[in-house]
Design a protein around this ligand. Structure first.
Ligand code: ADP
Length: 463
């Protein structure tokens, strides 16, 4: 069932309940008003009759009283419906109309408030009273036939019963029409959103200038599409960069093998071709490994297990590997690590990889005779690993981008350094998992400093 039908049904059901309550209340109120008017009239008649009785009964013998009351009943309005009985229940007077109704005689047990009785199918409002004249009680009853008033009330009720369904049907039709109009912009948004595909992901929904829920809906959907476009762009760029990076080594391997096979060669020549192929193969393996790491990180499937570790351990291991590389390039490598344990919450293997990426970069981007320093400091808020080099440095405009995937500040140098621009992306992911921050300071041609700040174990992560 569509939202508009459900809304209209709810609305109509509520309206039906309201109309029924309204109808019932009006009927009760009108009935009370009619009865009230009649009761007042009965009261006035009663007072008139009472003073008449006080006046006439002492003056006339009982035999004449019927005649006197007859006169009174003819002259007074409403007099045709009255009856008076004595203490024993004998009728002193009964008007014609009331006699034909056969009203039960008042016996003095229920005087006071008027009541509505139905006698012979006719509604009658009856007021009973006991009047004492010279100490003698007389039971009298005054009545008003309510047929005409109640008939009007009945007609009114029937009219209401016929009108209520008609009103509800009219309200249903009107409500349906209104909700269709109100929800038409939602249909438009649905239609527009449906027409946006991955090919046209840059398109946005038109935002109505209505400053209401529909405007918020369109804006929210547009913001969501912006996020999707950004993520989609990243994936497309990553795939394009990855294919591009893989094409060069595959082409190199194929060409080297083809050239080697063109003509018979010496075993040294084959060997040299194979070594080239092996080196390129290793480079490819590393590239594929790095891509896999990032793909798993994106998918959230590469979970690291963080436990209390000694931070200096993975750092020392990374330094050992980096010092060999530095020695090969004739770079002065200095590590200043305290002997005591530095506790942190982390994954040793991942942290070793993070430090190695930074140290490898420091050695890679520092010319021979340069310096690479490693430090580890502990403060109240946590611990900090510092890796400083005296290398080529990073230009200010590149600093914001070096953590992006496949970003290389100096693209020309890529083949000699062997990097493809994924190292720092992996480093940042590992740091993020450890709630650590990587800070970079660098000056072109004078060197760079990378700091990795770890929060104290059990302290809240830094924003
Ligand atoms: P790569 O594999 O190219 O080293 P990274 O993601 O590790 O990729 O680094 C991205 C870029 O950041 C590098 O290409 C380089 O230009 C720059 N960079 C990283 N570390 C340093 C450093 N210590 N000195 C100078 N430039 C650096």
């Amino acid at each position: 069932m569509s939202l508009r039908t459900r809304l209209t049904l709810w609305y109509s059901a509520i309206l039906l309940i309201i109309l029924l309550i309204f109808g019932a209340t009006v009927e009760v109120a009108v009935r009370a008003a009619i009865n009230g008017g009649v009761d007042y009239e009965l009261q006035v008649r009663l007072q008139g009759l009472e003073s008449f009785m006080q006046n006439q009964i002492p003056r006339y013998p009982r035999a004449r009283l019927a005649h006197q009351f007859e006169e009174h009943s003819v002259l007074r309005p409403g007099g045709e419906t009255m009856q008076i009985a004595d203490r024993e229940g004998n009728w002193i007077f009964q008007s014609d109309t009331i006699r034909s109704l056969h009203l039960p005689a008042a016996d003095g047990t229920a005087p006071g408030r008027p009541v509505t009785l139905t006698v012979q199918g006719i509604p009658v409002r009856v007021r009973s009273a006991v009047v004492r004249v010279n100490g003698e009680p007389y039971y009298l009853q005054l009545a008003t036939i309510m047929s005409a008033s109640y008939l009007a009330l009945d007609r009114f009720r029937r009219l209401l019963m016929a009108l209520i369904p008609l009103m509800v049907i009219a309200a249903f039709a009107g409500g349906h029409c209104l909700s269709s109009r109100a929800l038409a912009p939602v249909d438009k948004i649905i239609e527009d959103a449906r027409s946006i595909t991955f090919q046209s992901i840059a398109r946005r929904l038109p935002v109505p200038p209505t400053n209401d829920e529909l405007q918020r809906l369109a804006k929210t959907l547009n913001e969501m599409m912006q996020r999707l476009e950004t993520a989609f762009g990243r994936i497309t760029r990553f795939t394009a960069d990855a294919s591009h990076e893989l094409r060069a080594p595959t082409a190199f391997i194929r060409t080297t093998a083809e050239v080697a096979l063109l003509a018979p060669r010496s075993s040294d020549s084959y060997r040299s071709a194979l070594v080239d192929i092996l080196v390129e193969g290793e480079r490819m393996t590393k590239l594929i490994d790095d891509m896999l790491t990032l793909a798993r990180a994106d998918a959230g499937s590469s979970e690291l297990t963080l436990s209390e570790i000694d931070l200096s351990k993975p750092l020392r291991e990374a330094c050992r590997a980096a010092s060999v590389l530095a020695e090969r390039k004739n770079i002065h490598f200095r590590e200043d690590l305290s002997q005591r344990e530095v506790s942190a919450l982390g994954d040793s293997d991942a942290l070793r990889r993070l430090f190695l990426i930074l140290l490898d970069n420091a050695v890679k981007y520092t010319p021979s005779e340069g310096k690479v320093e490693v430090g580890l400091a502990v403060s109240k808020t946590g611990s900090e690993v510092l890796i400083r080099d005296s290398g080529v440095g990073i230009a200010v405009e590149d600093l914001d981008h070096i953590f992006e995937r496949f970003y290389r500040a100096d693209k020309a140098r890529q083949r000699d350094t062997g990097g493809v621009g994924l190292g720092l992306s992996i480093a940042r992911w590992i740091a993020d998992v450890h709630s650590a921050q990587i800070l970079v300071e660098s000056e072109l041609n004078s060197g760079s400093t990378f700091r990795v700040r770890f929060p104290k174990p059990n302290s809240p992560p830094t924003p």
